[in-house]
Design a binder for this molecule. Structure first.
Ligand SMILES: *Cc1c(COP(=O)(O)O)cnc(C)c1O
Length: 233
């Protein structure tokens, strides 16, 4: 089941890249494995997948401890500063940096642990939804300028979660605006800032996101099936 789903998702990504004249190697499939057991992760791993995304620190550290050592773990959930220390030396990319306070705390912890650079993305609330984390476009630019001087942080790009919708075309404008924002920031020539990653698109809209320039798509339910939250919301 998971294997078939994964095959299908990979095939659709390949077709969409072809259709939009993109090299398929420029799109990373991030398997979002939150709430699923390690055995489900291993099904994808056995098919060659190495990028996995998690939202909760405790679950993430459990899986890191028990899973294969060559997995690239991505933190995609809201991160509290007091939990940074549990993941900072084990994480490949933190997608969800939404404040200078958090960026500074990551920088400080990296220094403490003698880590040269931590790769991060800045979370953008591209549709200005009141329920979402992340900043609007102007706040994002300011945050990037402020965070760019932190010596132990490498800002690799932008991340967003588009609104929930049944029609992925509704989100095309937001994905396009993300790409324009990334280009705008790169054209500002801020020292130390060269954004290359756009983390956007989830199970319902990842193909449209690829058409608009996503370099990382975060896909959970389309691979692993519906999620159940026994004690989480
Ligand atoms: C859960 C989650 C996803 C995956 O969502 P699906 O709709 O299951 O593909 C992607 N990004 C973030 C930030 C998430 O929390």
């Amino acid at each position: 089941m998971i294997k078939d789903n994964l095959k299908n998702v990979k095939e659709l990504i390949k077709d969409t890249c072809k259709k939009s004249n993109r090299d398929k190697n420029t799109v990373t499939l991030l398997n979002v494995s939150k709430t699923y057991p390690l055995s489900d992760i291993m099904e994808c791993y056995d098919m060659g997948e190495r990028d996995f995304g998690e939202n909760y620190v405790q679950e993430l550290t459990d899986k890191i401890e028990n899973g294969p050592k060559d997995i690239r773990w991505h933190m995609i959930g809201h991160l509290q500063t007091n939990k940074i220390k549990y993941i900072i030396d084990k994480i490949y990319l933190i997608h969800s940096v939404d404040s200078l306070h958090l960026a500074e705390a990551i920088n400080k912890e990296a220094e403490k642990k003698n880590i040269n650079k931590i790769n991060i993305l800045i979370e953008v609330n591209i549709a200005s939804e009141s329920t979402k984390f992340g900043n609007d476009e102007n706040e994002t630019i300011k945050l990037i300028k402020d965070a760019s001087v932190l010596p132990h942080i490498n800002i690799k790009g932008l991340m967003t979660s588009a609104p929930f919708t049944l029609n992925p075309e509704d989100n095309r404008i937001y994905f396009k605006n993300m790409r324009l924002l990334l280009e705008k920031i790169n054209n500002m020539n801020i020292p130390n800032v060269k954004l290359t990653e756009l983390s956007m698109g989830m199970s319902g809209d990842y193909l449209v996101a690829i058409e608009e320039g996503a370099t990382i798509v975060r896909v959970g339910t389309a691979i692993f099936g519906e999620r159940y939250y026994p004690n989480k919301k």
